[in-house]
Design a protein around this ligand. Structure first.
Ligand SMILES: Nc1ncnc2c1ncn2[C@@H]1O[C@H](COP(=O)(O)OP(=O)(O)OP(=O)(O)O)[C@@H](O)[C@H]1O
Length: 437
């Protein structure tokens, strides 16, 4: 099967838009690679350059180790499946699937056999005689897949193939597609903005932001050890808690992470302590997912944060408590997707978002959680003082609880912190860690 290698690939459109910025990425033989990121981050442009539908402005696209920048699309041995899968409406399902074989001159006998094989693998063997208009959305997408598979390509390129379907069907088809593609062993590049799709389907996930590749790794790696603050914030629901902390080093003993009214301590024998110690006197970002926090009795010793419940969200299978712990949160902008709207900030988010918009329009902080003026004017591109991409606000620590907990808004709550599951990022948003992957 085909391998893909992108070397420093950049795409600048004629209007000056830098859609893809020096992306280097390898897709191995038979690998299922998912390109993930919010709308407009450049995923489709990467895919279109691999397909030959778009020329890179600079850099190299290699297929099976050979430079392919000038190779016409039809000579690349690829099959594409798009979001708006255009089936030929006047042709039957069977003829739609057979179409690429007819184009390449495959005889009627073997053509029929291959169509039947593919249709039965996709569970649409019984609708081969129907027209596309007589199919459900899921069946239509299966036909589109069938048409792509039947040519036995060396590489599948799929651009949000499930995004027009309802959520139940998406979950069903994503399992089917990843199963089928693995069975066929065809290398695949799959574009989506849906992290659930990426984490469940991919062998490896490549996460993009504004044309720049942020991280590449297995779903476990990118979720469990994200390379950047952006990836940490992008993946997971609820979003990872990201708190501003000032570092103080007590040599040979521990590193204090001062969160404002409370602190956490990293013992010196923790392998990460020395890396974090480089930031003595400076602010860093401490990240903890809800699963790293466990409610405990208030007088529990150890790595415990005390808070008060600002509000609760009930999600049926679980509840989330959002605690005021007297700390400052770093909010990463441009994440896109529903999690930003629904799960980041809870009750006060409407007002806060309005406040952010006002802040951008007027160039001024709207009080409380805003930037200190000197920082806002300093122009340094730091996540801790970059109002265009990130902002600060009072932290609301997301904690997972049982479905209907016996606590309410205003209750005090203590949570123990699993320090081994805490992440550290520097002011540029890069991970602070030694030998982390
Ligand atoms: N032909 C074009 N001319 C100018 N800008 C373009 C062109 N095509 C895409 N862009 C811009 O390039 C950037 C990346 O677009 P791209 O379609 O690759 O993003 P995407 O991550 O696939 O987004 P989506 O998920 O919404 O499809 C966007 O800012 C987009 O507006």
């Amino acid at each position: 099967m085909t391998t893909v290698a992108l070397k420093d690939v950049t795409k600048v459109f004629p209007d000056g838009t830098v859609a893809v910025d020096k992306v280097s990425l390898d897709v191995n033989d038979g690998e299922f690679m998912v390109l993930l990121g919010p709308s407009g981050c450049g995923k489709s442009t990467v895919l279109r350059m691999v397909a030959g539908l778009e020329d890179p402005t600079s850099g190299a696209v290699l297929l099976d180790g050979e430079l392919a920048n000038d190779l016409p699309p039809r000579e690349r041995g690829i099959a594409m499946v798009f979001q708006d899968f255009a089936l030929y409406p006047h042709m039957s399902v069977g003829s739609n699937i057979a179409f690429p074989l007819r184009l390449s001159g495959v005889e009627e006998g073997p053509r029929g056999e291959r169509v039947a094989d593919v249709a039965s693998a996709l569970g649409i063997g019984d609708v081969l005689g129907r027209k596309p208009s007589q199919l459900s959305g899921g069946q239509r997408q299966r036909v589109a897949m069938g048409r792509a598979i039947v040519r036995r390509p060396g590489l599948f390129l799929m651009d949000e193939p499930l995004s027009n379907l309802d959520s139940g069907l998406r979950a069903e088809l994503r399992a089917e597609i990843s199963g089928l593609v693995r069975e066929l062993g065809v290398s695949t590049v799959y574009v989506t903005h849906d992290q659930a799709e990426a984490l469940t389907m991919a062998d490896r996930v490549a996460i993009m932001r504004k044309g720049v590749l942020q991280d590449v790794g297995t779903p476990t790696q990118v979720y469990g050890r994200p390379a950047t603050l952006y990836v940490a914030a992008f993946l997971g629901s609820p979003r990872m808690n990201l708190l501003e902390a000032t570092v103080y080093v007590h040599l040979d003993r521990y590193v204090t992470l001062n969160l404002g009214e409370q602190a956490l301590y990293l013992p010196w024998d923790d392998i990460r302590a020395r890396a974090v110690a480089h930031y003595h006197g400076e602010r860093i970002v401490v990240g903890m997912r809800a699963e790293a926090l466990t409610p405990v009795a208030p007088d529990t010793p150890g790595d415990v944060l005390q808070g008060r419940i600002r509000y609760l969200e009930h999600h049926g299978h679980e509840s989330l408590a959002f605690l005021d712990i007297g700390a400052t949160a770093i909010v990463v902008d441009e994440l896109g997707g529903p999690a930003t709207e629904e799960r980041t900030a809870g009750a006060g988010r409407g007002l806060r978002r309005l406040g952010q918009v006002m802040q951008r329009l007027t160039g001024r902080a709207t009080g409380g959680a805003g930037q200190p003026a000197a920082e806002a004017q300093s122009g340094r591109t730091s996540v801790l003082n970059d109002p265009g991409r990130h902002h600060r606000r009072p932290a609301e620590l997301a904690v997972r609880l049982a479905p209907y907990p016996a606590v309410t808004t205003g209750h005090p709550m203590a949570v123990s912190v699993r320090m081994d599951a805490v992440h550290f990022f520097d002011e540029r948003g890069d991970r602070i860690d030694v030998g982390w992957r």
